[in-house]
Design a protein around this ligand. Sequence first.
Ligand code: DX5
Ligand code: ZN
Length: 227
Amino acid sequence: MSKNKKHIIAPSILGADFFNLKKEINFCNKSNAKWLHLDIMDQQFVPNLSFGPSVVQDLRGHSDLFFDVHLMVSNPFDMIQPFIDAGANGISFHIEATESRFTFPPKILINTIKKNNLKCGLALKPKTPFSIIKKYLEYIDYIVVMSVEPGFGGQSFIPSTLDKIAEINNYLVQNSLKEDILIQVDGGIKLQNYQSVIQSGADILVAGSQVFQSENPIETINQMYSK
Ligand code: DX5
Ligand code: ZN
């Protein structure tokens, strides 16, 4: 990615008012957001439940945004096809969910996502070092750097994430991978901190509570594009 390329704001629908989903998705459609972030939680990998493919499919009928499905589930392999069928454009899964001998290895999941022509992301919890995904970089399109413990919207950004983003960004630049792999940062992104996240090297900023709890979500999303 060239230095001047603009970042992407990805509103996280987890932060929306589910009673007014139609209105909330229309806010996103009318804003400068390019991606819509869809958090999938199974109450095993994380201590929370969110929504499934049928909700994504219903939203798909009302938006042309890039649907970015973030699988926070303990068996991501089983969830890939249902979300492809629901209309996902990109799917990320957690490297930590592939460590057990009962789960498929990361390369199988990556291949399944890529052979269906979707973008593939690898997600890291805050305490998981970047080094463990280096061997998969040539196969993926984005890295999801969690800046809160996954599970809930509305948490505070973990400050040390800025160093992790910079470490990943430097590695990508030094290895001529910056053109091919985007850095997504997920959790606790606010109007007060989004600029430091971009300065550290982030390309995609996921924002839930800041967007949907604001008076004017369209304006809040658009504000996150200003320097
Ligand atoms: C956390 C989720 C985030 C969350 C972001 O598990 O992955 O995407 O929705 O929400 P905020 O912006 O409220 O931290
Ligand atoms: Zn997420």
